[in-house]
Write a protein that binds this ligand. Sequence first.
Ligand SMILES: Cc1cc2nc3c(=O)[nH]c(=O)nc-3n(C[C@H](O)[C@H](O)[C@H](O)COP(=O)(O)OP(=O)(O)OC[C@H]3O[C@@H](n4cnc5c(N)ncnc54)[C@H](O)[C@@H]3O)c2cc1C
Length: 363
Amino acid sequence: MSDTFDIAIVGAGMAGASLAAALGGHASALLLEAEDRPGYHTTGRSAAFWQESYGGAGVQPLTTASGAFLRDHGFLTERNALTLARAGQEQRLEDFAARFAALGVGVELIGRAALTERVPGLREGWVLGALEPACSDIDVAGLHQHYLRAARQAGVELWTSARLETAEPAAGGWRLGLSGGRAARCRVLVNAAGAWADPVAGIAGAAPLGITPLRRTIAQLRTAPAPPSDLPVVFDIAETFYFKPESGRVWLCPHDETPSPPCDAAPEEIDVAVAIERFGAVVDWAVERVEHKWAGLRSFAPDRLPVYGFDPARPGFFWFAGQGGFGIQTAPAAADLAARLILGSGGGEVDPAPFAPSRFAGK
Ligand SMILES: Cc1cc2nc3c(=O)[nH]c(=O)nc-3n(C[C@H](O)[C@H](O)[C@H](O)COP(=O)(O)OP(=O)(O)OC[C@H]3O[C@@H](n4cnc5c(N)ncnc54)[C@H](O)[C@@H]3O)c2cc1C
């Protein structure tokens, strides 16, 4: 088995796996994962929805462009999203709806009577909603496995328990030192290390971009009544919670964003308690039990847009990082965009310019 590749990708979460699948067949590639299995960190901890407005207007082109692939391959199941406003927040919600409608996103405003049809037990005070009918659940594990399988079939090697520890420039490329004493060489080194993106840049001698991991929590609740299976993902326009139904239970998030070092993130009791308190102000359902809870790290660049492109100061070092809270729903378009940049093939549906790491140069 050769240890020399055109491209080595650090991180086998959704980012690294999707990019490996896009590069496979066009270049020899190695996918490196520090853990003993891919998908252990943020990719395995998401809320699993595709929503075009999520992540803001700058992310929407990537989400929208990913929709056809996800739908055509059977990874989406219709869900609907509903963003709620209390009395006094109507203008904010109307601005939100107008902003995304102008971008071509299907969004319609609905009043209190229609809200209570969709969210039984909705408390008084919630007066207006923005409905996004296209919002869907994503089969995250299925999508991740699809990419890993496609990469393998295209000849990409996956090395697990292979943490990148050193990366030295060598002969127009890189000499890589991995945990366990393994080594490899590559021409292009891709940083798809999620919460570890800045430390991995440091290993390769590239300047960090200020990509910050922020912890986010989800609690799985048993409620009475159980949520209707056709309940939308329910958000509030003030961004203090969201919840959705999952197999007769509620997945509830307090919209927390607590800065964290890169780590195996764990939920804090206080975040679960805050989530339940907020939930109780939305619907009159009793919370019978917290059945399960988890947390993951969403990693953001300073402007909260992802970072896709070659480092302007470190030849052969490519950023594929900062996927924030949208790295699943944007994966198909992001991987296509990044593969085109790496292979120099041009074209593509989404303009890469807003995501270039050079936007931070000199800051
Ligand atoms: C609670 C929560 C809800 C979310 N909900 C959604 C949602 O509904 N929709 C959506 O689109 N997104 C959602 N997200 C965001 C989404 O999960 C992430 O954007 C996405 O998983 C990021 O994928 P990644 O591959 O960049 O990171 P990861 O999955 O964390 O993968 C990075 C990998 O790099 C590896 N690594 C790190 N350092 C090294 C090294 N030195 N050598 C080798 N390997 C290394 C790690 O072990 C890790 O496996 C959510 C996130 C959270 C936490």
